[in-house]
Design a protein around this ligand. Structure first.
Ligand SMILES: [Zn+2]
Length: 211
């Protein structure tokens, strides 16, 4: 299960305490939900705790290549688990980055299914075009293998209305998420879902870009 965006009016008064953790790369303190949680298995293998629900101890990192690289250089990852595993192999920073990207993409796929169930998405060229016309589109997800003409048409609509476009998945995988055969684009129309997806896309971008 995924935590759903909070509904109803916001409470007045002081904000409830947000749990924070320290990034073992930059040593900054951030909300726990904005950090990658690295865990280790019984054989010492490193893994990513995709939904921050894994048991045991974890080490936290920003969704940022620099923090991964700093942590590896400083041996901060090995140190974080030193009590747990003896003679375990050294972590592979690039493998961890790739695994984190895979975790983000799995969460994006899950979120697109949940957003559709929450009636926060539209798919189908005509429906999306109408949604753009009514200024209802907040984020457009375009399939990697969308036909060139289709992609150009959606991009023009998005550009004309200032809607961000993210490339993700295939027509097949987006179709599955939307309960259809093939889908070239998914329009997100509810702000909480657009924000959640945009956050994940932003994290993915920071990890994909090599420094
Ligand atoms: Zn950091």
């Amino acid at each position: 299960m995924v935590s759903r965006p909070r509904k109803g009016p916001r409470r007045a008064g002081p904000k409830p305490d947000v749990p924070t953790r320290t990034c073992i790369g930059c040593r900054g303190e951030f909300p726990r939900s904005s950090l990658v949680r690295v865990i280790r298995g019984p054989a010492g293998e490193y893994g990513i705790d995709r939904y921050l629900r894994g048991p045991g101890r974890g080490a936290h990192l920003c969704y940022d290549r620099t923090c991964f690289e700093t942590a590896i250089k400083r041996k901060a990852l090995s140190r974080a688990f030193v009590h747990l595993v003896v003679n375990a192999p050294a972590p592979d920073g690039e493998a961890l980055v790739q695994e984190t990207i895979a975790a983000i993409e799995a969460r994006l796929s899950d979120a697109l299914v949940l957003a559709r169930r929450a009636r926060a998405t539209e798919s189908g060229a005509d429906v999306i075009e109408a949604a753009f016309g009514a200024n209802r589109v907040l984020l457009l997800v375009l399939a990697e293998d969308a036909a060139e003409a289709t992609a150009a048409r959606f991009r023009a609509l998005a550009l004309g209305t200032g809607v961000p476009v993210e490339i993700f998945g295939t027509r097949d995988s987006l179709g599955t998420a939307q309960g259809r055969a093939l889908v070239a684009a998914v329009a997100i129309e509810v702000e909480s879902w657009a924000t959640r997806l945009s956050t994940e896309f932003g994290w993915r971008r920071r990890l994909l870009v090599a420094t």
